[in-house]
Design a protein around this ligand. Structure first.
Ligand SMILES: NC(=O)c1ccc[n+]([C@@H]2O[C@H](COP(=O)([O-])OP(=O)(O)OC[C@H]3O[C@@H](n4cnc5c(N)ncnc54)[C@H](O)[C@@H]3O)[C@@H](O)[C@H]2O)c1
Length: 443
């Protein structure tokens, strides 16, 4: 019978909730600590404060929820382990802001002193170990890292069935504490690597940066295809047939976002630069991502008559399956359009409230139909499947002109054209022309 632990999880964001709910579903009991009143209030009311498929159902299970006790402070009584899942967001200089981590480690000091193993699951920039040991109170023998590799939109699933488990150790790890961490977070179904803390950081930063490189490359190919009159999907399909290359993480769009990929690209670049190394590849990928979003905004402007009119941005989350808008390409493009005096009306099935808070000036409405009505251009900004199911035949005539620019290659282009839309997409040639026949057919 596997041992059941009493744990403290600090931070109830995407990673903290996946960790707490995942571990509770394995029978462990959890004190879940969160400082944000809105998130804590929702949890105390029995609701999940984020949108994450599968997690709401798990949290609605009374047995699982009954094992999770939300609170604002780390309880005084020691638990079997403290798991830190607080944010390490990118600051304005492209470096990880570690203030949440410092606060959490300082708050956990009494537990560390009492001999409780402490595991940092937040993403750390390589080379931050010294500060971490200092903030934890000096003794690193019971400090570990365990970077999380989950993808939003499948967070709980990834937590429960990871591709690998990486445990980072500081010099001289306490064997007993390490065995608790391995017992708790290890896996029988995937490789478990116990490595130095710097190696663990680099595995995490390096994985995210590599995913970002692949996306940047697909997006760069898309730009080339637009100019040459080729279809990037066909090109990537052909490239992906090479077993050395594969097709994974090569879906073209107008940019990648989220709280992880842009940050880890910048982080790895800055860690190298601090050592006097020019990180050519990661640095270029960050620049490319910015350029792709700017280019997409220019493409939208070019589709507007004299650069004027209203744009409907369908999808505001950084990707489908989440309500997260951190570094969302849709919001970045909306911001660029607003900066040119263009009205943007946004709609997202789950991220509307977060988007409205993140981008003042963006009008967020409750339905796609509302966003489309009277708009001159509809932009697919997030690949929500429900946008495929919209009744485009009925919605088209409510637009000021039936122009769609598909930033995610979501819609069926020929079908949209057959419905009378002027349709263009990333990685395919053409700026859509305003369809005046449809414009005059508008009610
Ligand atoms: N989001 C992802 O897909 C993902 C995937 C892998 C790794 N990560 C990494 O995991 C970490 C957390 O990411 P996230 O997306 O869950 O962030 P998040 O911002 O959604 O959640 C962090 C939470 O920690 C809380 N917090 C901060 N200080 C606290 C304290 N002292 N006590 C209690 N709570 C505190 C914040 O209020 C916030 O709710 C980051 O380092 C991130 O880079 C994220």
């Amino acid at each position: 019978m596997p041992r059941k632990y009493h744990l403290t999880v600090v931070g109830a964001g995407y990673v903290g909730l996946a960790t707490a709910i995942g571990l509770a579903s394995r029978g462990h009991s959890i004190d879940l600590v969160e400082v944000r009143n809105d998130r804590l209030g929702a949890l105390q009311a029995g609701q999940l404060p984020i949108h994450e498929p599968g997690m709401d159902a798990a949290f609605a299970n009374p047995e699982i929820r009954g094992r999770i006790r939300p609170g604002a402070l780390i309880p005084d009584e020691p638990s079997d382990a403290v798991l830190i899942c607080v944010g390490t967001p990118m600051d304005e200089n492209g470096r990880s802001d570690l203030r949440q981590l410092q606060g959490a480690l300082e708050a956990a000091r009494p537990h560390i002193r009492a001999g409780v193993p402490l595991v940092i699951r937040s993403t750390l920039p390589a080379g931050s170990s010294e500060s971490i040991v200092r903030w934890s109170g000096g003794d690193s023998s019971r400090l570990f890292t365990n970077p999380e590799f989950l993808a939003q939109g499948r967070a709980l699933e990834d937590f429960l069935a990871p591709s690998r488990v990486v445990i980072g150790t500081f010099p001289g790890p306490d064997a007993q504490a390490l065995s608790v961490v391995e017992d708790l977070l290890g896996s029988d179904t995937c490789p478990v690597m116990v490595v130095s803390v710097i190696e663990a950081d680099l595995i995490k930063n390096g994985s995210n940066a590599y995913l970002a490189l692949k996306l940047s490359y697909a997006n760069e190919l898309a730009v080339l295809c637009e100019e040459l009159g080729a279809d990037v999907i066909t090109v990537i399909d052909g490239i992906g047939l090479d077993p050395r290359l594969g097709r994974g993480y090569m879906r073209p769009s107008f940019g990648f976002g989220g709280s992880c990929l842009p940050k880890d690209l910048r982080s790895i670049t800055n860690v190298g630069r601090d050592l006097g190394l020019e990180m050519h590849v990661t640095s270029a990928a960050s620049d490319a991502n910015d350029a792709h979003q700017r280019r997409f905004a220019r493409r939208i402007v070019a589709a507007l008559e004299s650069g004027k009119g209203r744009v409907a941005m369908l999808g505001l989350a950084f990707k489908a399956g989440t309500d997260d808008v951190r570094s969302s390409p849709s919001l970045r493009v909306a911001e660029l359009l607003l900066g040119r005096g263009i009205e943007v009306v946004g709609y997202d099935p789950h991220a509307g409230m977060n988007a409205a808070a993140a981008l003042p000036g963006l009008r967020v409405v409750a339905t796609a139909a509302e966003a489309l009505q009277g708009s001159s251009v509809a932009v697919i900004g997030t690949e929500w499947p429900e946008f495929r199911q919209l009744d485009w035949r009925a919605l088209g005539p409510t637009m000021a002109s039936q122009v769609v620019i598909d930033g995610r290659r979501l819609l069926d282009g020929p079908a949209m054209t057959a419905l009378g839309f002027s349709y263009a997409a990333v990685g395919a040639a053409g700026v859509p022309q305003i369809n005046r026949t449809k414009q005059s057919a508008r009610p």
